[in-house]
Write a protein that binds this ligand. Sequence first.
Ligand SMILES: [Mn+2]
Length: 459
Amino acid sequence: MGFDADICAVAEKILDADRVTVISHIDADGITSEAILAQAVARAGIHVETVFVRQLEPLSMRHVPHDDSLKVFIDLGAGQQNLLVEHGLGEEEVIIIDHHVRQDAETQYLQLNSLDHGHEKLSAAGLGYFVARSMDETNTDLAKLAVVGNVGDMMAREHCGLIGPARRIVDDGVACGEIEAITQDLNCYGISTRPIHICLSYNDDPHIPGLSNSADGSLRFLKNLRTVELRHPDGRWRVWEELDVEEKRTVMSALVQQLIAHNEPVDRLFGEAYLFPAEPSQTPLRNASEFATLLNACGRWARAPVGGAVCRGDRGVGYREAEHMLRHHRSIIRDLVSYIHDTGIEELSHLQHIHVGDRFPDTIVGIGAGIALSKLNWQKPILIMCYPPDDPELVKASMRTNERMVSRGIDLQKALLTASEELGGAGGGHRIAAGAFIPRAAEKEFAYRVNELLKNQCA
Ligand SMILES: [Mn+2]
């Protein structure tokens, strides 16, 4: 079936249901997926309940009810269809909406999957949005959440903006006034909340010599421009989003010159930013990538429903709790990044790895590894291992790389899938970021096996 036909089939089956259970993932894409779908279902007058899981495995399947509801798995399920079969779920009571690689299974569940249609840059929230819009065309107000989910799942990273069907969602959001899309904006994280020099110093894509990883260098650079006021009259730092067109142009052209002077490509300096004009300025709610981080912080610390409340418009108690989770999230990640740098990382020929034991929660080690990588050898993907709290037999492995290495042929999803299966575990994810669980007995050889696989990918 075509993409639109698959969307319609899913939408119709949901509208036919008396009760729906949405089972979703705890990251920004999963939380926005749930908020989109559950709201669309509720608006259609159908009773809906939600189950959030960290991942779909035998233990978490206990939370999937045995009842007469239609179970809609979103942002997960494609790779765990056999688990659904084992759980006794019949073809008629399941829908899968996912953008991960699908597993073959004997039961043919109804599935809407981006990959079936060649849409590699469309996340689960995007799929959920198309289903919601197909259920009722007035659901276009949910476009904003779909953009947050897509950006949170790095769908905008490779092309410095959303493309294909995900970009059409942006158009819907712009049309209903919820989204302002700024083309050729600074491709940088933190445009609504961080002082500009901090924003620039944290940025590593593109790497700007003298500015990346140097807040002092970035501040000197901006001060030299003279015409751009960096502070408000009351002393507060201005944020990028507050600069007017002329000021932005001044900074951007100076950054272009800086890159050219160091023989670096300039194309990744520009990206499309997705702003939410109705949200209060200088808050993480104000643009898609910071909103996604806020939701990730909720999910990673077992407060996915708080993220869901924020998605539904809670700007009171729920939002304050989410802000608190974000501060907590950042401080633990900072600790992890310093731990990685202080302890030192072991380098093999094609990767670098570290084992953090049970010092840090397994829900954030991947994020920390990604941040740490920006200050390490970018040509070697980072592999971080840790012990998950709930299973003494297992090791969790997370890997991160960057666009430059992906364009050279690195595929972490493939490497981790192969290595973990060989060693009696399971893995998956994406080319740029992937994860796996392996038995503890295999942890010693794991890094070496992955290294070998990455070596072959480069050949
Ligand atoms: Mn996703």
